[in-house]
Structure formats: structure tokens, C-alpha cells
Write a protein that binds this ligand. Structure first.
Ligand code: AMP
Ligand code: GLY
Length: 425
């Protein structure tokens, strides 16, 4: 069969590598892909924002399965358009993707379903949002309702900062229309964790949890990013806790959607805070996490394509997941200026001809091919993932790989998975 993967990041490279390894798959295509993806897939110059262009491409390559990687095209209805044209698609339809596309909608569903989450208030007017600040304590969290490429969430320490965040939304329009609806949310404290699950509308199959590192600098300092590293599994989230999270978060959410006539098929990714009162939802995403899957997929023994097909067909109940009994650590290499900006065209050295490193899995995000090699082409450039029987072994291997790679302005965190290595003793 032919698989088409839509998107251009590390997540899409991870999906492409799994698809290429599947015994069901003869050809892998990507749109638009990136430098590393081009080593395993045929890349097509069609933007992942171009819904009709992707439908046309799926037709011309006769795609048997199209996987939509990022949130924006899902929210924009790419799945609906592909399905209407007769294609099989992995990724929820627009009405279900609203769980990520509107934080207000996600809260409405969680409240109706009794899913634990932070207390909040929503505002469509600058004045009332400002007035609300007199009634709350700090820190607090100000969120733009819509998609803002991970930048619409501001955790603020004091009232002046909250005022500035609200001004950014309503006055500066920093997040466009996404910021004209604002949530002011209770600040939760605890450890964060990502629990992703495949859902076919009925059956929910959890993937092993992953720990993302959101901030740019060591020790969780500096601005939020798309994610600077990851490890999986997460010892503080054992199987029983995953089960509890599925039953208190994922299942009631899917059921509340069903009550409203919305069929959720795809990945439901809960970003959670493990608080003293139990796990609470920070946000829902409706697609695979990036860099979560760069640490989850290397451990997955099951055929991802088979699972994605079962998700779309509603037959996940016949499947289970098989995992390697190993730990995975993934370190992100970012380009100069990230996350405020990014640098393009810096030559990357140290990778082999396939853009890989022996004994590791390297996932390309912001890379492009040039003269047979690779150059930077975005903020997050590469993810270097390593497996080992211990976190220490996986971490040492991942950082040994990182040391071999270099490009101008390369930045990465030195503390990915350090806490679990310490706990391992
Ligand atoms: P989100 O895109 O909603 O996951 O938010 C990005 C990051 O902001 C999260 O990973 C958390 O680190 C932080 N965050 C979001 N909501 C809250 C909250 N209610 N309390 C504390 N931190 C939060
Ligand atoms: N790792 C964060 C995300 O995928 O949204």
C-alpha cells in the first residue's frame, strides 16, 4: 500500500520511519516533508496548509492511507475533505479537532464530562478580562483560545504581567483571531506528563507516557518552546496511573463528544499536570506529540500502520500494543535564535549519508538537503533518540550522538532525562 504523511517536522519523520518499516507498506510519500524525510519517502512540494492541494496529491499518488501530522490542517478540515473525496485518513475530522482548536470548547467538554482540569473564566472583551484580574491570585495563566503555534499560553507571576498578556491578545492582536477569546486559568503545580491514546470512537489504546521538556534552557528556564527533549516511559506514571488517566480523562471526553454526535478517531493526547489532587488536564491535542513520538515510537514494536488503519476502521478492539523493554531518551537540537526566531542554511556536519547516526534514531525537523548533505531550515532541527535497558545508558548514548553533530548556533538542553537517571540510582 501507499502511505502519504502530511507535515514537515520531527513528528512526521517519526511517522514516515515507522511507515517505511511496516510490512504492509510499499511506498511512503510526504508533503512537504523535509531533508531527512526525503531519505525514506518521496517528498512533494505541497504545503500542509493546502487542503485542496493535498486532496489532489492523494489522488495522483493513489494514497491508501493519508496521515495528517499537525493540528492546523486537522482543525481546518483536511480529514473531512480527504474523506469526502473517498480517501482513508488517520486524524480526526474538524468537529472533533476543535478539542485542540478551541481551548474554550475543550473546557466545555471537560466540564460537561466531569474531567479534572484547572478552574478558568473566559472573556471576549478586554475590559472584563482586565477587571477579572482584581478578583484572582497569582501566578495565573492567560491563554488565547485558538491555535497559536504553542505561543498563546502565558504563565504569569503578577498582575502587571497578566495585564500585558491580555493586552497582547486584545490590543496588539499578537495571536490574530485566536486571541480574541481569552481564558484566564488557575495555575496548577506538579509534574507534567503527556498521555497519548489511539481512539477509534469506542476502543482507547494508551501509548506509554512521555515526559516533554518545554522550556528552552536547562532547569526549566527561559521561554516555552515546542519541546526540547523527551523520555519514555515515565516511571512516575506507572501502568495503573495510565489506566486511571484513561478512565478519568480520555474515556469521559470521548463519550461526551459521542453524546454530541462527534466521533473521535485518531490520537487523543492529554497534556496533564500531576497535582496533589490527582492528574488534571492542561490541554488536549488531537495528533501525535512532537517530540513525544520521537521517544515513544522507537520503543513501539507493533506495526504503526496497522494500528492507524484499525483506528480509522473502528477495529482497534482487536489490537494491543507491544513495547520493547527499553528506555528511550530524545534530545532536540535547535538552531540559533530559537524559540524567538530560527536560522536557515547553516551546514550540519556529523550525520551519515542518510542523515542518521549508527545505533541511534535521528529524526529531522527543520532540515533541508543541500549538495547531498543537510542544512538547517527551521527552529527545531533534529531529534537524537537512543534506546537502552536503562535511562542512564539511553541518555549517555543520545548525548554521545549529539556531540558528533554540529552546526552554527546549535543549542540543546543538557538535562534531558537527568532526573530519571538520578532516580534510577
Ligand atoms: P498548553 O499549550 O496549554 O499545554 O500550555 C503550554 C504549557 O503552559 C504547558 O505545558 C504548561 O507548562 C503551561 N501551562 C498551561 N496551562 C497551565 C496551568 N493551568 N497551570 C500551570 N501551567 C500551565
Ligand atoms: N510536545 C508538545 C506538543 O506536541 O504539542
Amino acid at each position: 500500500m501507499r502511505v502519504l504523511v502530511v507535515g514537515s517536522g520531527g513528528r512526521e519523520h517519526a511517522i514516515v520511519r515507522k511507515a517505511a518499516a511496516s510490512s504492509l507498506v510499499d511506498e511512503v510519500h510526504a508533503a512537504p516533508g523535509n531533508g531527512g524525510i526525503a531519505r525514506q519517502a518521496t517528498c512533494h512540494f505541497v504545503s500542509d496548509a493546502d487542503v485542496s492541494g493535498i486532496v489532489e496529491l492523494a489522488g495522483s499518488i493513489k494514497a491508501d492511507l493519508t496521515v495528517v501530522g499537525p493540528e492546523a490542517p486537522l482543525v481546518a478540515g483536511m480529514t473531512d475533505a480527504l474523506e469526502a473525496a473517498g480517501f482513508t485518513v488517520f486524524g480526526p475530522r474538524a468537529e472533533a479537532a476543535r478539542l485542540e482548536g478551541s481551548k474554550g470548547f475543550a473546557k466545555e467538554i471537560m466540564n460537561a464530562a466531569g474531567v479534572p482540569t484547572a478552574g478558568f473564566a473566559t472573556f471576549v472583551e478586554y475590559e472584563s478580562a482586565m477587571a477579572h484580574l482584581a478578583t484572582i491570585s497569582f501566578p495565573t495563566v492567560v491563554k488565547a483560545d485558538g491555535l497559536a503555534a504553542g505561543k498563546g499560553v502565558m504563565v504569569v507571576e503578577a498582575r502587571e504581567e497578566a495585564e500585558a498578556a491580555i493586552r497582547q491578545c486584545f490590543v496588539d492582536r499578537a495571536f490574530g483571531d485566536a486571541g480574541l477569546n481569552v481564558l484566564v486559568e488557575e495555575c496548577l503545580v506538579g509534574h507534567e506528563c503527556s498521555v497519548l491514546a489511539l481512539c477509534d470512537g469506542e476502543t482507547i489504546l494508551p501509548l506509554d507516557p512521555a515526559q516533554d521538556y518545554k522550556r528552552i534552557f536547562d532547569g526549566g528556564k527561559g521561554p516555552n518552546t515546542g519541546g526540547m527533549g523527551c523520555y519514555s516511559p515515565v516511571p512516575r506514571v506507572p501502568a495503573e496511573l495510565v489506566e486511571e488517566i484513561i478512565e478519568t480523562v480520555h474515556r469521559p471526553t470521548i463519550e461526551e463528544l459521542k453524546r454530541r454526535g462527534i466521533d473521535f478517531r485518531g490520537v487523543l493526547y492529554a497534556g496533564l499536570m500531576l497535582t496533589g489532587e490527582g492528574p488534571k488536564v492542561l490541554e488536549f491535542n488531537v495528533r501525535f506529540g512532537d517530540p513525544e513520538v520521537q521517544a515513544i515510537f522507537p520503543r513501539l514494536e507493533s506495526d504503526l500502520v496497522e494500528l492507524m488503519l484499525a483506528t480509522t476502521a473502528g477495529s482497534l478492539g482487536e489490537h494491543s500494543l507491544k513495547w520493547k523493554d527499553e528506555r528511550c531518551v530524545s534530545v532536540i537540537l535547535a538552531s540559533a535564535g530559537y524559540p524567538e526566531s530560527s536560522s536557515k542554511g547553516d551546514v550540519i556536519t556529523g550525520l551519515d549519508d542518510d542523515g542518521q547516526l549508527e545505533g541511534l534514531e535521528v529524526f529531522h525537523a527543520g532540515t533541508a538537503e543541500k549538495d547531498g548533505g543537510f542544512v538547517t531550515n527551521g527552529g527545531r532541527v533534529l531529534a537524537v533518540s537512543a534506546l537502552d535497558s536503562t535511562f542512564k545508558g539511553a541518555r549517555d548514548k543520545a548525548y554521545a550522538g549529539v556531540e558528533k553533530i554540529s552546526f552554527d548556533g546549535m543549542q540543546y538542553r543538557r538535562d534531558i532525562a537527568a532526573e530519571v537517571v538520578e532516580a534510577e540510582g
